[in-house]
Design a protein around this ligand. Sequence first.
Ligand SMILES: CC(C)(COP(=O)(O)OP(=O)(O)OC[C@H]1O[C@@H](n2cnc3c(N)ncnc32)[C@H](O)[C@@H]1OP(=O)(O)O)[C@@H](O)C(=O)NCCC(=O)NCCS
Length: 212
Amino acid sequence: MCGRRASSLKCKSPPLRSDNHLLVGERIRLRPVDDSDIDQLHEWWNDPGFAGGFASDYPKSRTEVEGLAKSAWFFIIESRSGDNKIGFIPYYTVRQDYPYLFEIGYRIKPNERRKGYTTEATRLLVDHLFATRKDIERIESVTDVDNIPSQRVLERNGFKREGVLRKRTFNRGEYGDEYVFSLLRGEWAKARKLLQSKAHAEVDLQDEGGHV
Ligand SMILES: CC(C)(COP(=O)(O)OP(=O)(O)OC[C@H]1O[C@@H](n2cnc3c(N)ncnc32)[C@H](O)[C@@H]1OP(=O)(O)O)[C@@H](O)C(=O)NCCC(=O)NCCS
């Protein structure tokens, strides 16, 4: 926001929040969002198919989308080579007076769903946050009680379901319940091992021609 001396100073819009790490996984990578992504984010945000059935926060103007990208740290989820933008995964502080608490969210293009990309993106982001921010104790995520894919992403990453937040969301003219999930720093190593052992089991089964 411009201060009182704005007339004598150049009043600039704040920059995008910047986490300058490129997080590279097995099939995808997380790239920090930059100004050239705003049009893509704007298009995605206004696409009901992209938002899925559980979002009530569209359509949004380009300015609002830019504001969102400035209020959270956003990573673009893209193919490992960087030639295909798949979706996004932001993280943000829940309360200013709780600096040890972060919330994450994610959205993926409909034609890229059910390929394990969000599970991998969540792993990359969680590892990055716990490894680089020693002050983070808890990462949480809130999801509609009927959003099974989102709940599976969190469970696969070792998040625990803590309880129901009643009538917390308002979507398509109705109030709905949500679950809150969390992963604590002390549970992180165990969660990572579980995810890796499941991934290895899947590779073994595929080698044997089985279904996973
Ligand atoms: C939620 C969302 C991000 C999941 O992304 P994704 O890349 O498809 O997730 P993954 O491929 O990593 O799958 C994770 C798990 O969910 C399961 N899953 C995915 N889509 C599913 C569906 N439609 N029905 C049932 N299970 C599903 C997968 O089988 C996998 O489970 P498994 O590990 O037991 O095999 C995606 O569906 C989406 O963008 N939805 C719209 C936006 C949204 O709801 N965001 C979350 C708001 S809290």
